[in-house]
Design a protein around this ligand. Structure first.
Ligand code: ADP
Ligand code: PHD
Length: 345
């Protein structure tokens, strides 16, 4: 079985969804799972809904939801004819969404975040699945929350591999499925998320549990480059990279792939392809356990909005292990992405 992952940029408008269908047609084999992210930058918009909800700005909360609804509606108008059931579905979905916001009394930010932000993937997959069925690419919409089981660490869920493997193994491997990236569910069936850009990781969970033949991430770039093309004019494509080299690149900020993606693939030696959905016939980059690059290539990464935090002890004393552990505890509690540390007295 092959696992494909398409991110938000590959479905950011109706033309891109049509393009996705062409990529699927070129790669004809039936037995595959497509893991999809939310449409375009909708996850950012949904985060704004959560933030407005928490500062009790009702007006902005509902304006934001309405905007998201209108954008989705505009998109489906370009893909489906009027009486398609998807129109009713989208209306129903957003009504439920508003209902949830009105009724919800919980003050647990991370919990509410996952329930709201995770819905971007539920809606995008429904639209794409319906569209592919409409044009004859028969597929099944799969609610991945019935398969990917996690603990209840909202916004940073950990996979319960035993339960997840058992459930995913029940999938009929001869069929074609569309499912959501980024989300899972805890034992109470509440939505959990894997952290921003976590859809790549979802694809790896499916690959790992199904012993996939390969995993392909379809991007707007031709593969993994040695520099972020948004900032560097001169760049080079890597035809192949090892898991370790790719992990290093992604850990230090190459946003082309999420660092968590690599470990499950490496463990089972599943090849990962990074290919272009704009030029789907090109080979892209192959990530495997082979070190092929014998020429050293420098890589350039741009990481914005970083903060430099400086800790010091007020009194004439030293930084002890106890102090460091306290700092890390708060960093973890507040789910701050911590990048590099250096402690000295
Ligand atoms: N080393 C790199 N190689 C390729 N692309 C990179 C690299 N570093 C950053 N990028 C950027 O990552 C973008 C793809 O990520 P993103 O837009 O989040 O995709 P998606 O929406 O498909 O998840 C590319 O358009 C490119 O600008
Ligand atoms: N939609 C989520 C998950 C994700 O991985 O998205 P993308 O594949 O578009 O980066 C996010 O934006 O964080």
């Amino acid at each position: 079985m092959k696992i494909y992952k398409f991110g938000g940029s590959s479905i950011k408008n109706y033309k891109r969804i049509k393009n996705l269908s062409k990529v699927i047609k070129i790669n004809k084999n039936n037995n595959k799972i497509i893991v999809l992210s939310a449409i375009g930058k909708n996850t950012n918009k949904l985060e704004k809904v959560v933030n407005n909800f928490f500062i009790k700005n009702k007006k902005n909360t509902y304006i934001q939801v309405l905007n998201i609804y209108k954008n989705h509606f505009k998109m489906i108008k370009n893909l489906f004819i009027k009486n398609n059931f998807i129109f009713k579905y989208i209306k129903f979905f957003f009504n439920e969404f508003i209902f949830f916001l009105k009724k919800k009394k919980s003050i647990k930010y991370h919990f509410i975040y996952d329930q709201i932000v995770g819905s971007g993937e539920l809606i995008s997959t429904k639209i794409v699945s319906e569209y592919l069925n409409l044009i004859g690419l028969k597929n099944f919409w799969l609610d991945c929350r019935n398969y990917i089981k996690t603990d209840n660490s909202y916004r940073e869920a950990h996979v319960n591999w035993q339960q997840t493997k058992k459930k995913i193994k029940k999938i009929n491997q001869n069929l074609f499925y569309i499912t959501q990236g980024f989300i899972g569910a805890d034992n109470n069936y509440f939505t959990t998320t894997f952290g921003r850009e976590g859809s790549d990781y979802t694809a790896s969970i499916f690959s790992f549990c199904l012993n996939a033949e390969s995993q392909t991430t379809w991007k707007d770039v031709p593969g993994i480059l040695n520099a972020d093309p948004r900032f560097f004019f001169k760049k080079k494509i890597f035809k192949s990279l090892s898991y370790k080299e790719t992990l290093e690149l992604s850990y230090y900020g190459a946003s082309v792939i999420h660092p968590k993606t690599l470990y499950p693939l490496k463990k089972k030696k599943i090849p990962l392809y990074i290919r272009s959905f704009i030029f789907p016939k090109k080979k892209g980059t192959l990530v495997s356990d082979k070190y092929i690059n014998n020429v050293i290539t420098s890589c350039f990464i741009v990481k914005k909005k970083q903060k430099f935090i400086f800790f010091y002890k007020k009194k004439f004393s030293f930084f002890l292990e106890k102090d460091i552990s306290l700092i890390f505890k708060y960093i973890s509690n507040y789910k701050i992405n911590f990048f590099n540390s250096k402690f000295s007295n």
